[in-house]
Design a protein around this ligand. Sequence first.
Ligand code: ADP
Length: 153
Amino acid sequence: MEKTLVIIKPCAIQRSLIGKVIHRFERKGLQICGMKMMQLSDEILMEHYAHLAQRSFFKRIKDSMMITPVIVCCLKGIDAVNIVHAMAGKTNGREAAQGTIRGDFSMSVQENIVHTSDTVENAEMELKRFFSDDEIFEFDQFGLNFLYASDEI
Ligand code: ADP
């Protein structure tokens, strides 16, 4: 099974959407195997958003990610990376499809509720960036036989 990273951003924390966002992943059947609140630093955001370093809004998005602490989650499931990324929707909340997290909760390209890893390689790298090994837990998921067929697990 795959593991992936979700960051619940400050805009969602301030809008009291933590529970609503986490509920979507739980009802889908993803297992939460790590979760904590943390204050992001400029240093970690420089690394996390390195692919945007040349963009004019780089400082603005880093600042917006440090306004409050964030919630980081490690979610586990078959094809978890693609599933969770699809559940977030397109970057711009105004363009994201209804039914996705951004489509349902965001009107903004920047203030778009969640970060989700986009590839398996990035998920592995990002989980290491935000979690230490002992903060990710391996335990049996109750009802696994009702979430998947026996040939899927
Ligand atoms: P995603 O989060 O959908 O993977 P990116 O990695 O391209 O998207 O961008 C990271 C984050 O930077 C976005 O989630 C969004 O908060 C912010 N961002 C991206 N593009 C813009 C933009 N044009 N203006 C303002 N903020 C942006």
